[in-house]
Design a protein around this ligand. Sequence first.
Ligand SMILES: N[C@@H](CCC(=O)N[C@@H](CS)C(=O)NCC(=O)O)C(=O)O
Length: 241
Amino acid sequence: MSERYELYYWPGIQGRGEFVRLALEEAGAEYVDVARLPKEQGGGVPAIMNVLASTAMTPFAPPVLKIGDRLVAQTALILHVLGPRLGLSPADEPSRIFLHQVQLTIADFADEAHDTHHPIGSSLYYEDQKPEALRRTKEFIEHRMPKFLGYLERVLATNGGDHLVGSALTYADLSVFQLLAGLEYALPRAFSAYLPKIPGLRGLADRVAKRPRIAAYVASPRRIPFNEHGLFRRYPELDTP
Ligand SMILES: N[C@@H](CCC(=O)N[C@@H](CS)C(=O)NCC(=O)O)C(=O)O
């Protein structure tokens, strides 16, 4: 089946859109990252605003994926829909449901990583919530990051250590690669101190990084570098030991 995919996501960041980009890239799918096109070619932020204004299947926020003439929003749901189309989810329903459950947990984890630098509100600047960000990040480093990563490590070990769910690569394995890369970027000290406790996830992320299409994507200009506008931000003052 050859479908046309259009991704609508903020053009200057990896953000939550990156979980979707990695799946499309791994599968070698043909897609247009619409907002990264020049405005004259229908791209830029106006393209996102247009899709958010849609009166059918109205999405709340990006990422939004257009498949044919249908819109799908919510990162984990987009991946749930893409998984069977791209060969990135197991064939049996119980495994697909568990995969979706794991991906929703990854989404919760990503939200909490975001809230380390924006604990009061996304509409405020980081600079307007620095003391709260410091407290929130301390809690994240001491309790939440170990709890989420410990859970994912356990899921991986229970499934034999090669993949989180099923016997082949899924979109959740790709998302683990992204999570670990993001945490390493945002909190290099705290994350490297915790890394010895998650050898399974580390091995999985290394294997994903070596997959030819992922390696080619990461080395290409299509991969936007991490920066201080996205989900994972590096503010050294938050990276306490
Ligand atoms: N639960 C949604 C969250 C979507 C989301 O928060 N999108 C961000 C960008 S990563 C956004 O633009 N939010 C606008 C808003 O919440 O007002 C998902 O996982 O896709």
